[in-house]
Design a protein around this ligand. Sequence first.
Ligand SMILES: *Cc1c(COP(=O)(O)O)cnc(C)c1O
Length: 400
Amino acid sequence: MVVETSQRGSQRLHYLEDEIIRLQEAHLYQELFVLEGKQQVDCVIEGKRVLNFSSNNYLGLTTHPALIKAAHEGIDSHGVGTASVRTIIGTMDIHEELERQLAEFKHTESTLVLQSGFMANTAVITSILEDGDVIISDALNHASIIDACRMMKQIPTKVFAHKDMNQLEDLLKATQSANRRLIVTDGVFSMDGDIAPLPEIVALAEAYNAIVMVDDAHASGVLGKNGRGTVNHFGLDGRVDVQVGTLSKAIGAMGGYVAGPEVLRKILINKARPFLFSTSHPPSVVLTCMAALKVLQNEPALIERLWENTQYFKAGMQRIGYDANSETPIVPVIVGSSEKAKLLSQRLFEEGIYGRAIVFPTVARDKARIRIIVTAAHTKTHLDQAVATFEKLGKELAII
Ligand SMILES: *Cc1c(COP(=O)(O)O)cnc(C)c1O
């Protein structure tokens, strides 16, 4: 009986097979690679020991002893879950304490933590705009921003070419009659590793009286003093209205947050649907994030090593003929077609280097790449090994 039921179900979804075949033919089909054990540099994936160059574990915090200890303590003091959304009985003392610490860290009046960075972007964009407003968005913004804009069907989204300040200004001029303008940009662009021209964006926003929102997912824990993000990196504290950060990347755990004035926090608590209708963070995660903030303050050597390693790796790649230019530890090794990117990724894996191919729709069809992320946890030996492997395979596949 059970078998019969499940077969009937699967037959009705059979049409999806055609889409899978289309994806496979276009070299866009993805399989999951399973990590056996911890998220760390020296790891085992699909039974093979490899050096990991694909995680967002910028500072190696996923396995930091202080964070692991904090997670255990969170379970001991507050249990494993909250069993409620924040607005009913899912706000514990530790949630508010984390938000106070994040606000202090970000030099903002307040913060609000959401389940993820994705949800934080959704929360802001779907909560602060009204009919008559316009969103102005960088072409390479993260999918979570794009999706949030799409959810706001009644609000037009105007897209400017990536980091094109002339186009941004043109859009600001063309939308003078709008009620309000929201300029939204990634702080660090996740697939290219470049930094948004925030000083120019802020100057234009001030000239044209637009709201500025920066999504600092890849800058949290990476850029600015103690990893405060791009706003602090550019000395723009107090001049950006909304900052989104993630707790899921360099911070090593899970979550997102919105940093800004108290009025923003209040409106999100009342209006943001991911906040209102999805359960709050388990205590282990909350305490882990607080421990991470402490590490950012007390161990600045981690961020120094991250940047030292980044320079070292890029210099090595440039020496052997790769165009490894980016402004952050994200190093896009662009190879062109998704087929070639997947082949290079496969060969890297065979040679003991884990660097995932990033293909359409995450990046443009002809800009498929291996995205390398250098971390503080890599040693010089790891970095040398990666460069040597890229040299061998770059020649083998006629990339360099
Ligand atoms: C990763 C990422 C997010 C999503 O953050 P999560 O906490 O993983 O949901 C949002 N914006 C950008 C730019 C990102 O790179």
